[in-house]
Design a protein around this ligand. Structure first.
Ligand SMILES: [Fe+2]
Ligand SMILES: [Fe+2]
Length: 249
């Protein structure tokens, strides 16, 4: 039995793809659905669990997403979905309804937790301030949009409340070992730590898995590797070259 993760599948079997987007022209995204399906079938067995770390689809509502959901249903293993910033079909407050509607095929991680062996899988979308940043001629950051930053702080606070619910639910049920999932990276390009890294340390989580950073220029926006006893791993699909990443046996 193994636990796998990947994020940012950005499926678009029905939704129209923005022709100006990177996904429309970059070779990494060419037939990425087929590449991932092949790799998933090669590595993941029915008894395994696959966490999809957000940005599942370009569909704007459940109807537009249906072929994308069908693709996900057809992947091997138990599927747990995390909310990404592009998942317009998913109203965080209506997660319970999604879980009822898609049971037993798909599981939605929000204000709840799932288990894997003796671990609790906790998580939320998260949020990080992504600018705009102002740079000088040498590309050094000299400032940023402070109004946007203020707005970002509010979103971080809300996401932290949601993440805390996930941990508290798991702890109430006796879980003491945690893997924490975020869609956004835990820190932005200016930060060494954040409320997300601090809660990970508070609960002594073993691994923090995040996605969202795609395109080579973004792969190192946040923490990768060991920090304060926690292993941070990026799981965006193009970073993983459409191969699911095993995070636990
Ligand atoms: Fe994405
Ligand atoms: Fe994203």
């Amino acid at each position: 039995m193994s636990l796998y993760v990947i994020g940012d599948l950005h499926l678009h079997f029905k939704a129209a793809l923005n022709p100006a987007s990177v996904q429309a022209w970059h070779k990494m995204w060419k037939n990425h659905e087929e590449k991932f399906k092949k790799n998933a079938e090669r590595f993941i067995r029915e008894e395994d669990t696959l966490v999809l770390a957000g940005d599942h689809t370009w569909g704007r509502n459940l109807q537009e997403c249906e072929p994308d959901f069908q693709y996900i249903r057809d992947l091997p293993g138990r599927k747990i979905l995390l909310r990404g910033n592009h998942d317009m079909f998913w109203d965080a407050k209506k997660t319970r309804r999604l879980n009822e509607q898609f049971a037993p095929d798909l599981h939605f991680l929000q204000d709840n937790y799932f288990t894997y062996r003796d671990y609790a899988l906790t998580g939320t979308k998260g949020y990080t301030f992504e600018g705009p940043f102002y740079v000088d001629r040498r590309g050094r950051i000299t400032g940023w949009d402070e109004k946007e930053e203020e707005h970002a702080k509010k979103l971080v606070k809300r996401e932290m409340e949601r993440l805390r619910i996930s941990f508290e639910e798991a702890e109430k049920d006796g879980y003491r070992k945690f893997i924490m999932f975020l869609h956004y990276p835990p820190t932005n390009i200016l930060e060494k730590d954040s409320p997300f890294t601090r809660i990970a340390e508070e609960y002594k989580v073993e691994q923090v898995i995040y996605a969202h950073c795609h395109g080579e220029a973004r792969f190192h926006d946040s923490i990768i590797g060991e920090k304060n006893g926690i292993r941070y791993r990026l799981a965006s699909g193009d970073f993983l070259q459409w191969t699911p990443m095993k995070i636990l046996d």
